[in-house]
Design a protein around this ligand. Structure first.
Ligand SMILES: [Zn+2]
Length: 133
C-alpha cells in the first residue's frame, strides 16, 4: 500500500484494515480492504471488494466511490479511484470553517459544497462571468 501514500493503517470495528491517505484541510482517503497485510490474502471470497471513502476529520464520510473488485488490474483501478476522490478536494473553506469539496450535481455539472453536508448545506456560488467585450 505504500505506493498509494498511505501513512498508516487502522482497524475498523469489524476488524477490517483501513489505510488512511492524508490530503489537505483534514480530508483523508480511507481505503477499506479485507486483505490482511501479512498474508496478502482476503478473508472471505465475495467480501473482498476494496472500498474507497473520502473522510473529513476522520469521522465524517464525505463521499464514496464504487468498489474496486480484486481483479487482475485492481491496483490500476484502485489508483484511479483514489485519484478520483483526490480531485474532489479543494483548498476552499465554508463560512463555518469546513472544507469545501467538488460535488457532482444531478445535472452532471460540478459545484463546491460543504464536506459536512447535510449538517451544513453551504454551496459556493460561482462568481458572475465577465461580460464579453
Ligand atoms: Zn460547512
Amino acid at each position: 500500500m505504500s505506493e498509494f501514500r498511505a501513512k498508516e493503517y487502522i482497524k475498523s470495528e469489524e476488524g477490517e484494515i483501513v489505510y488512511r491517505i492524508p490530503l489537505q484541510n483534514d480530508l483523508w482517503i480511507w481505503v477499506y480492504s479485507t486483505v490482511t497485510p501479512k498474508t496478502g490474502v482476503s478473508r472471505n471470497r465475495g467480501e473482498d471488494a476494496i472500498r474507497t471513502v473520502l473522510m473529513y476529520h476522520n469521522w465524517k464520510a464525505v463521499m464514496k466511490v464504487s468498489k474496486t473488485l480484486r481483479t487482475e488490474n485492481w491496483k490500476e483501478n484502485l489508483r484511479e479511484k483514489i485519484k478520483e476522490l483526490s480531485e474532489r478536494v479543494t483548498d476552499q473553506i465554508c463560512p463555518d470553517g469546513h472544507p469545501l469539496v467538488r460535488r457532482t450535481a444531478r445535472t452532471g455539472g460540478h459545484f463546491l459544497g460543504c464536506s459536512m453536508f447535510p449538517d451544513c448545506d453551504y454551496i459556493q456560488r460561482k462568481s458572475a462571468k465577465p461580460k464579453p467585450n
